[in-house]
Design a protein around this ligand. Structure first.
Ligand code: GLP
Length: 237
C-alpha cells in the first residue's frame, strides 16, 4: 500500500488525478471505477485539466440510490453525469450507473456486477470512505466477499447524505452498491480522504483488524492500493 499525505483537499485531487492520467495515457480505453460523495470531486476537476483523449475511457459508478425518480438531481446517475461524464467529456454510452429505478433492483444489481466483469473488470477504482467505514454503500456488517446488491442505508449514512436533499426524509432508504468482493476485483484501488473527521476511521481501516465492522479495512486485503489523504485525515496514521 502506498500512502500520499498532502496539505489540502484540493491537493488530494491533483495527486489522484495524476495517477489516473498516467493510467489513461497508457491505456486509452481504461475502465475507471468512479465514486460520488464530496471527496472525489477535486479529482474530477483536476483530471479535466489534463486534457486527455477520454473518448474511449469507460466508467462504472460504485452505487446508486433505489427509488429516486429518474432525473432527480441527487441520484448518482445525475451526479455522475454532471461531475464525471460532463467534466471529463466521457462518451455517455461508456458510463454506467446501477439502475436504481429498476422494477427488480436485485436483478439490476446482479446484471451490473456481470457487466463489470464483461468488460474485463475495473482498472482503477476511485473510493471515498464514510464516517462509519463504509465503502460505496457497503455498511458495517457487509460481507467481505459481497457482490453488487441491494442494501439498506444506515441512519448515520442517511444523516450524512441529508445535506444533499431538501429534507432528511427525502434521503432514500435503500441503494444498489457494488459489493466489497466486487470492489476488490478492481486492479488498483485509489482511496481519497479529506478532513479531520475522517482521521479515526481512516486509521481503523488501514491499521485496525480486517473486519466487516469496518468495511474499509478490506483495503488491507488488496495488493495494489494507493491512499491519498490530506494532513488532517492522515493525522492518526
Ligand atoms: C457516500 C458514498 C460513498 C462515499 C461516502 C463518503 O454515501 N456512497 O461512495 O465514499 O459516502 O462521502 P464523502 O466523500 O462525501 O464523505
Amino acid at each position: 500500500m502506498e500512502i500520499f499525505v498532502v496539505p489540502t483537499a484540493s491537493a488530494t485531487g491533483s495527486v489522484a488525478a495524476g495517477i489516473l492520467a498516467a493510467v489513461i495515457r497508457s491505456k486509452p480505453d481504461a475502465v475507471l471505477g468512479v465514486a460520488t460523495g464530496g471527496s472525489p470531486l477535486p479529482i474530477y476537476a483536476a483530471l479535466a485539466n489534463h486534457r486527455l483523449d477520454m473518448s474511449s475511457v469507460r466508467a462504472f459508478a460504485l452505487d446508486e440510490y433505489v427509488g429516486l425518480p429518474a432525473g432527480h438531481p441527487e441520484s448518482y446517475a445525475e451526479v455522475v453525469r454532471r461531475e464525471v461524464t460532463g467534466r471529463l467529456h466521457l462518451d455517455p454510452a461508456n458510463v454506467a450507473v446501477p439502475d436504481g429505478s429498476a422494477a427488480d433492483p436485485e436483478a439490476a444489481a446482479a446484471d451490473y456486477d456481470a457487466a463489470i466483469a464483461g468488460v474485463g473488470g475495473v482498472d482503477v477504482q476511485i473510493l471515498g470512505i464514510g464516517h462509519n467505514g463504509h465503502l460505496a454503500f457497503n455498511e458495517p456488517g457487509s460481507a467481505l466477499d459481497s457482490r453488487t446488491r441491494v442494501e439498506v442505508l444506515t441512519e448515520r449514512t442517511r444523516e450524512a447524505n441529508a445535506r444533499y436533499f431538501s429534507t432528511p426524509e427525502e434521503v432514500p432508504l435503500r441503494c444498489i452498491t457494488q459489493g466489497l468482493g466486487t470492489i476488490l476485483e478492481a486492479r488498483h484501488l485509489l482511496l481519497v480522504v479529506n478532513g479531520a473527521d475522517k482521521s479515526g476511521i481512516l486509521a481503523a481501516a488501514l491499521n485496525g483488524p480486517v473486519t466487516s465492522d469496518c468495511p474499509g479495512s478490506v483495503l488491507q486485503l488488496h495488493a495494489h492500493v494507493t491512499v491519498v489523504a490530506d494532513e488532517a485525515a492522515a493525522s492518526q496514521l
